[in-house]
Design a protein around this ligand. Structure first.
Ligand code: HEC
Ligand code: HEC
Ligand code: HEC
Ligand code: HEC
Length: 458
């Protein structure tokens, strides 16, 4: 169960805003100038040496191209088949050639999207010929080595019976077993990295907004592996989802602060994609909307709030694991939010505040790797988060969305460990419905549904 319920990810994204966006005053438009920084080459993604061999090097039936999962070796051996038939990453290049992709590139005057480096950095394994050990098709999209690193040095050794993971990592295999590193790798494309960026300009041209939560996105990918511990033994941990959520949140918070610091250093400012999208893009209902009656807690009426969704849920686990660092992080995140929300022109101050928050999140991500994730902790988190109905719902649609993915991940982990409850399941499905049309987001409705979820928890 579960993965079908995460269909949310395939719901019409904020593109549906196109139909609903209301005319905004000209003065609110982004100052022009400053395109995204000159795209650093995709090679920047893979600092480790070694060259790329392309996905067809992995597709033999005896390697990773089996049709059914096998048990002859330590891995499933149908990874290629899973990727090519069910994983959207195999479609990433094709997306550029479809009408939406071409329309975005046309608006941005980039020429054909499938030739534009600004797009290819995230939609394909786009490496220069010098880094290709053999010729392969860029049309394969986001393929094995986009996540696993260049294989020329480990492709031979890795098929030997005594191949050790650590040795392969030393030869350039990217260590995805480490959840911090794994999340970092996903986020290079799903949040952005130096030279890889989806900003408000791209979004306004039609690009889906980027959002992420490691555990939910892993379920949707879908995974072509069995989770293992550092020694290579299958984890068999029903509560792995809690761990993935916690570490994923820490890394995402850090990466989002680093992205903010980059936006503050160069490019248009304020950068609207750092703010809560829906505060600008909701429909006007009047005479008194829930936003007006709630009195805009924490900021001046009319200012577009910083998107704090990556901290609001995370703080629950941060507070359990290291309350003093979390207290510092709370201050740092509030400072970031204040500066961005007030559209401060002091870009250096924004960058400094964001860097400080990023450092604290990094410290927590290390601590969270060493933490234990049991049922008691999972259920405590579920109760604590659903008890915050007002704070979470008033923090905006982006936070409501993260809360929905978070609660789903934690519930599925708890259900795997024996805590199945159809009433909770149904109440969580209700949360998804309330964020399916972002422009129509209503904090009071979301708060009421969160309370319903809370009531079903024992
Ligand atoms: C920072 C990485 C990044 C860059 C740069 C980027 N994209 Fe994307 N793109 C993504 C991700 C990630 C998704 C999937 C988002 C999701 O579903 O959560 C996506 C989705 C899309 C989709 C929707 C695909 C579908 O199957 O519905 C299109 C179309 C698209 N991108 C086109 C482009 C074009 C055109 C460019 C260049 C102008 C571009 N992208 C640049 C990361 C990027
Ligand atoms: C979007 C990122 C991504 C892509 C694309 C991808 N993988 Fe993976 N793969 C992962 C992650 C994350 C893991 C789990 C961590 C691990 O075991 O290394 C994994 C695990 C594996 C494993 C299990 C490793 C083990 O030690 O148990 C194999 C084998 C594998 N992938 C092969 C492939 C092949 C072959 C392709 C291309 C057809 C591919 N992967 C494409 C992310 C990816
Ligand atoms: C090299 C860039 C890149 C990396 C690394 C990457 N992705 Fe993606 N991902 C994309 C792009 C581009 C798309 C959109 C493909 C499309 O829709 O055509 C996408 C789509 C997805 C989707 C489908 C989303 C939807 O709306 O249906 C999921 C789920 C996903 N990625 C999960 C992951 C996970 C988990 C990781 C890390 C293990 C990861 N990705 C790493 C670029 C990347
Ligand atoms: C500070 C206000 C503000 C914020 C925050 C903001 N936008 Fe925008 N958005 C605008 C303006 C202004 C336009 C241009 C409207 C126009 O030209 O008519 C726009 C245009 C768009 C469009 C094209 C609308 C259309 O009519 O087709 C989309 C889609 C969009 N934004 C999505 C987003 C997303 C997603 C986010 C968050 C990541 C976001 N916006 C954050 C102000 C904002």
């Amino acid at each position: 169960m579960g993965s079908d319920l995460r269909r949310f990810l395939s719901l019409p994204s904020l593109l549906t805003l196109a139909a609903l966006a209301f005319a905004l005053p000209l003065a609110a438009q982004t100052p022009l100038g400053g395109k995204v920084q000159a795209p650093a080459h995709a090679a920047a993604l893979h600092p480790d040496d070694g060259r790329y061999v392309g996905p067809s090097s992995c597709s033999a039936v005896a390697c990773h191209g089996g049709i059914e999962p096998g048990s002859a070796t330590r891995v499933l051996q149908n990874e290629y088949s899973t990727w090519v038939t069910r994983d959207k990453h195999a479609h990433a290049y094709t997306a550029l050639t479809e009408p939406l992709g071409e329309q975005i590139a046309h608006t941005l005057q980039l020429g054909p999207a499938e030739k534009a480096q600004r797009c290819l950095v995230c939609h394909a394994l786009d490496v220069p010929a010098a880094q290709q050990a053999r010729a392969f098709e860029i049309a394969d999209g986001v393929s094995c080595e986009s996540c696993h690193g260049p294989a020329s040095r480990w492709i031979g050794p890795h098929i030997q019976a005594n191949a050790e993971h650590a040795q392969m990592v030393a030869l350039g295999l990217y260590d995805n077993r480490n959840l911090v590193l794994r999340t970092e790798r996903c986020l290079t494309c799903h949040l952005g990295a130096p030279g890889l960026s989806v900003d408000h300009e791209l979004i306004a041209a039609g690009h889906p907004d980027l959002r992420f939560e490691l555990d939910s996105f892993t379920a949707v990918e879908p995974p072509h592996w069995v989770e293992k511990n550092a020694d290579g033994h299958p984890l068999n941990d029903p509560l792995f989802g809690t761990r993935a959520w916690a570490i994923g949140q820490a890394v995402e918070l850090r990466a989002s602060m680093q992205r903010l610091a980059r936006s503050a250093h160069s490019g248009p400012w304020p950068e609207f994609s750092e703010m809560d999208c829906i505060s600008c893009h909701h429909s006007l209902t009047g005479p008194l909307s829930w936003r007006q009656t709630s009195g805009y807690p924490g900021h001046r009426a009319g200012d577009p709030p910083y998107n704090l969704s990556r901290y609001v849920l995370f703080q629950q686990i941060a507070d359990e694991v290291d309350p003093s660092t979390n207290a510092e992080l709370n201050q740092a995140a509030s400072r970031v939010a204040r500066l961005v929300t007030s559209m401060s022109a002091d870009r250096a101050a924004v960058a400094t505040a964001a860097d400080h928050a990023a450092d604290l999140a990094a410290k927590l991500s290390t601590e969270l790797q060493n933490a234990t994730y049991d049922r008691a902790r999972t259920e405590r988190l579920l109760r604590a988060i659903t008890a915050q109905a007002n704070t979470i719902s008033l923090d905006g649609e982006r936070t409501a969305e993260q809360a929905t993915m978070t609660i789903d991940s934690l519930y599925i982990a708890d259900a795997n460990a024996g805590g199945r409850n159809p009433e909770t399941r149904a109440a969580i499905d209700g949360l998804y419905k309330l964020v399916s049309n972002p422009s129509a987001y209503s904090a009071p409705q979301f708060a009421a549904q969160l309370q319903r979820v809370h009531q079903t928890l024992r």
